[in-house]
Ligand binder design. Structure first.
Ligand code: GAL
Ligand code: ZN
Length: 709
């Protein structure tokens, strides 16, 4: 490091793995190559050349570890662990529950998953297991215990990796029974409570016996919002319970080894905020559709116009979301592709430079690793054409391999980043339960699965574009450390949140609430007092009616002079428009047209030492950008660089003690020039990095400086 001002007494690690380096690793499947010792030999040589410092092993290796019931074959793994240790490579060891051997499914059919149509799956694929089956829990706990007892003290082992991408649900009779038991615990007052919470008077749904309750089904109940919401909550809790049954034997035999599971970013199936407390470190698998030209079916992580910086902004949001799951502690990038992703509809190669800049983006947002799926392509199986560090030609060291090695070189030069914090004073409030509730709300076009996520990403993007570090947090998070909290479209208001927000504002916080928030209570019922429910007092307004604009048509926001200096006079409005009755809020802008022209659309209410804004409609991107700029100036929000960033360039900061790293990443294909100010050095290649610095297309720079006390 060129700036060495951190005193050693200062804590450098805020959670995370606590290793002194950034890991550079990959999923490694030696069990597929046991008859090719020459290949395993070559792997070691190539790992050294690619500057790998970790491997994730055992993810789908159950058959190789227990080829028949009760017969265990750990010898290959023993040798592997020893060889990795000798080579200085750390091992992340997976539990194998993500896929099972055929003998297990054959002998115990109950372990297989049953679909919403109540049909039990045949053996096949992966993730195809029941979350409740006592047999499956026993079998997984047993093999986990053996792994833990055998390797607890192995010096190569740094982390347990639970299963693979927990997800999906099972509708078998065991799961139905578990759901009913879960409901009984949730509604201790009995069926009367449940009937009231679910509003079952509607369509004559009043339950008189717990056995009448079934999980949602395409040929049964599929439109009852409160049932669907509780089912999703149950699926999360049942997944957590399964996960805990996997963790118990690991912690018992290897208490010093931390535990993670690879999450999938903005995945709607599970409320990750309820899984995260059970693991020691969060990790996730990131597969953005770089260079995609159309909506590639991978959620919002692709851009219709093929602008990579839009994909980068969405990916930045997702990194921030994953970091937020553990209160801002560093996380791990567990998987990413070194080149192509075989399941994307169009398998674009990462253009030269993209691999390095996208890998550094993860670190910039708080990852303590860059890891890949996969080290080496197998010759068969579903993923034989997926990107890998080493391709079928084995030893051939191509472009991908060189870029991977370059990432290794950069990570080597940045040990300081390991454990360093992201200094965020701004937060976006994100809640899986609102996501679910909106999807089930029968609200019209906005009901689309992704609109909640898209709205949250849209509100995050201006801060990303300005280089303002931003946390994405759940509703249980401690708000006191933020100066600004943005709450887009938080349809479902959990009990207690209104009081927490009120306190945050009174104590000096700035809160932004957008339309569609607080329309439902925790059971997905509307409020008798209408929207925004218990937030009405704090916001000083009431929603009287809601209009919806046809796609492609707009209204206008006319900003009142003198209200909030720094805004233009007019902006576009699309989507849904709340018609407000203002009771105590100050009106900052009004609708420009339609029968409600001149009525309030944009308000603020001062309360205690803070204030709460309300956006009554979908304001356009230029408004969001201007508003974010005005607020960050007013509040003096920390920015990674004090400069205006050109379009496509991201600046993110990580700090530890009195040192700060700034990651400057150009996601545009053309060169961009950034003013780096003074007092900064090039953290990777040494030498000063001051004044105007030009980054080539997909270029990057990591800057360091000592923070003044
Ligand atoms: C991940 C999964 C890996 C591999 C990869 C391919 O979702 O965890 O096992 O399938 O996708 O992109
Ligand atoms: Zn089941």
């Amino acid at each position: 490091m060129t700036t060495a001002t951190t005193s050693s007494s200062e804590p450098r690690h805020r959670g995370g793995l606590g290793l002194p380096i950034l890991l550079h690793g990959a999923d490694y499947c030696p069990e597929q190559w046991l008859d090719r010792p020459d290949i395993l030999e070559e792997d070691l040589q190539l790992m050294a050349e690619a500057r790998m410092t970790s491997v994730t092993v055992g993810n789908f290796a159950w058959s190789a570890l227990e080829p028949s019931e009760g017969k265990f074959t750990f010898e290959w793994l023993d040798r592997l662990m020893d060889r990795m240790h000798a080579a200085g490579i750390r091992v992340i060891l997976s539990t194998p529950s993500g896929a099972r051997p055929p003998w297990l499914a054959r002998r115990y059919p109950e372990v297989l998953r049953t679909g919403p149509d109540r049909r039990r799956n045949l053996y096949g694929g992966r993730h195809n297991h029941c979350l409740t089956s006592p047999v499956y829990r026993r079998k997984t706990a047993e093999i986990n215990r053996r792994l833990a007892e055998r390797y607890a003290a192995h010096p190569a082992l740094v982390l347990w990796h639970l299963s693979n991408e927990y997800g999906g649900e099972c509708h078998c009779e065991l799961c139905q029974e578990a759901f009913r038991a879960w409901l009984r615990a949730r509604y201790p007052g009995g069926l009367d409570d449940l009937n009231r919470a679910w509003w079952t008077g509607f369509w004559s749904h009043t339950y008189t016996d717990w056995r009448q309750i079934e999980s949602p089904a395409p040929h049964g109940e599929s439109t009852f919002p409160s049932l669907s919401l509780d089912w999703r909550r149950f699926v999360t809790d049942q997944t957590a319970a399964f996960m805990l049954s996997e963790i118990a034997p690991l912690r018992a035999a290897a208490p010093r080894v931390p535990v993670t599971t690879n999450l999938m970013g903005a995945f709607s199936g599970l409320d990750y905020s309820r899984l995260a407390p059970h693991v020691d470190v969060v990790s996730w698998d990131s597969y953005p559709a770089w260079h995609a030209r159309e909506e590639a079916g991978t959620g919002f992580i692709s851009d219709a116009a093929g602008r990579d910086w839009v994909v980068a902004a969405a990916t930045g949001f997702t990194h921030d979301l994953m970091r937020g799951l553990k209160g801002g502690a560093p996380f791990l990038l567990m998987e990413s592709t070194p080149s192509v992703t075989n399941w994307h509809p169009v398998r674009r190669l990462k253009r030269p430079g993209m691999h390095v800049v996208s890998s550094l983006q993860a670190v910039a947002h708080g990852s303590d690793s860059v890891q890949y799926f996969q080290w080496r392509r197998g010759l068969g199986g579903f993923e034989r054409f997926h990107g890998s560090v080493v391709d079928h030609r084995g030893g051939a060291r191509g472009r991908t391999f060189e870029e991977v090695a370059e990432v290794g070189r950069i990570l080597d030069a940045l040990p300081f980043a390991a454990g360093a914090a992201v200094p965020a004073e701004t937060a976006i409030l994100f809640d899986w339960e609102s996501w679910w509730a909106i999807r089930d709300a029968s609200l019209g076009p906005e009901r689309g699965d992704t609109s909640y996520l898209g709205t949250c990403m849209r509100h995050h993007r201006p801060f990303w574009a300005m280089g303002v570090p931003t946390d994405v947090i759940g509703p249980g998070a401690d708000l006191a450390r933020y100066r600004l909290v943005v709450m887009p479209f938080l349809a479902l208001l959990r009990a207690g949140l209104a009081d927490q927000l009120d306190r945050f504002v009174r104590e000096g916080g700035t809160l932004v609430v957008t339309r569609g928030s607080a329309v439902l209570d925790e059971h997905a019922r509307c409020f008798l007092e209408g929207a925004p429910g218990p937030l009405a007092g704090m916001l000083g307004l009431q929603v009287e009616e809601t209009d919806e604009l046809y796609p492609g048509t707009t209204n206008r926001l006319a900003v009142r002079a003198g209200g909030l200096p720094g805004l233009r006079e007019e902006y576009g409005i699309s989507g849904r428009c709340d018609l407000l009755r203002v009771e105590g809020a100050e009106v900052l802008g009004v609708y420009g047209s339609d029968f409600y022209a001149g009525t309030p659309a944009f308000t603020v209410r001062a309360l205690g030492r803070g204030r709460a804004f309300y956006f009554a409609a979908g304001f356009d991107d230029s408004f969001l950008a201007d508003f974010a700029r005005v607020l960050s100036r007013q509040l003096g929000l920390h920015q990674a660089l004090e400069a205006d960033l050109p379009e496509g360039v991201s600046a993110q900061a990580r700090t530890a003690g009195q040192e700060e790293l700034v990651f400057l990443l150009n996601f545009a294909t053309a060169p961009r020039t950034v003013d780096c100010g003074s007092g900064r050095k090039d953290a990777v290649d040494g030498g000063p990095a001051e004044g105007a610095v030009t980054l080539p297309g997909f270029g990057w720079k990591v800057l360091s400086r000592a923070l003044s006390r």
